[in-house]
Write a protein that binds this ligand. Sequence first.
Ligand code: SF4
Ligand code: SF4
Length: 474
Amino acid sequence: MTVEVTSIGDHVSIDDDATHLLFNTADSGLYRIELITRKLLVLIHDYGIEAARSLIKEDDIENVAEEKLSELKENKFLDPLPEFVPQETSPIMFASLNVSHDCNLNCRYCYGGGGTYAGDPCHMSTDVGELAVDRLFEWCDDSELLGINFFGGEPLLNVKLIQHLVSYATERAHAEEKKVRFSMTSNGTLFTDEIVAFLKESNIGVLVSMDGPKHVQDVNRPFRNGKGSYDVIADRLQSLLAVRPHLTARATLTKDCMSLSTLVDGLRDVGFTYVHVEPLTPYENCPFALSEEDFETLKDEYDKLGHIFLENILNGTPFGFSNILRTLSAIYTSGVRHYPCGAGKNLMAVDPMGGIYICHRFVGMEDFSMGTLNDPDFSIQKRLLQAHVDARDECRNCWARHLCAGSCWYDNYVYSGAIDRPHSPRCSLFKHIAALSMVIFSKLHEKDKALLDKMFRKHEPSYRRGEFPEDERT
Ligand code: SF4
Ligand code: SF4
């Protein structure tokens, strides 16, 4: 799938020998166009409509060009993008509860200091957990659908509190005629039959952090005693898979294993249907952080996997590569995002002591605090709401901005020291994956449009529109 990607103002054209695609940033619309339309759009962008007209007149394709110009106008390709006006405040609709600052694994890249966030290991108490749920209901205004994610450390080390809070929040939701969706991010080592039964009964969504086949997982995510965790997780997952056959793995990619297909095959072998891969966000002087060249190499890896993804989907083999699925979904639903996620906007992360932060990855970082459950301070919310993607210097002219929405605040912060200044190798990789996804979308559309309808008509992926953190890990 070798394609040429050319930015034309607020649009991007994606061309190979046979096909010309045009993506409209305004509404995430993807159009199959003819070469003349592409040529016309480039001229309009470079010289304006009238000059483009007179340049085209010198050619014998004038009549065709006029027709294509009308089409561009009709499809609003020539209109300026509507200005996005941010809200002043936002209700909190999602709570990520760090029910355990403790972990039985010792992942070599953990940003949470081995699960304890640089403090002593501890668990959230019932009082703090109930207060967090109460505050969620108080701060959600009239939102009818709320979300609670159980996070850590390893949240299942405090499963008793999770069980209690599920009942507590469900009762309160019932009394207030609201709904709560529960989810959990787990390292997968503690799925006993009893816990699996509870997860099923309570309809708790589970995202499992796992990095791939045994030789990768055991090095990246060993137990505290140094022993590899792969065998335990592969075994424990089976009872969960019996009740949740389509599980998602969230894998972290390091310099030591850059083969995406190796990671993905390893995860599919254990039973995962959906895989989301993110390059490691490194700590200072991290020896297995990706270099700028590594980000370039990854593009070929995504191309290979994109090909496998397409073949699998077309021949009916269940395989979801969510890095690609998210762009397919955005195109299908005309999804436009102005924020990378709900962090600080409609999401709060709560630590075991009742401290509030903009998201789970910022827990313990005072600059990103929103006070405490008893003494909240939402002043940072205004700043985050103003930092939407159309307002940022680095992003406002990027054709991928309404798909990417400016990249994870935390990743930006780690790389550049500013939450709204992105890391350009990541940007380049994101745009490569987005363009690849567009080619895949057009091939699916051409070969089996009904399949696209089936995949996305009722699809409400949790990562869309900042509803839930998209980048959770333990
Ligand atoms: S973070 Fe990078 S890819 Fe994303 S919108 Fe900004 S410039 Fe574009
Ligand atoms: S993308 Fe996820 S990890 Fe990044 S800032 Fe948003 S919620 Fe936090």
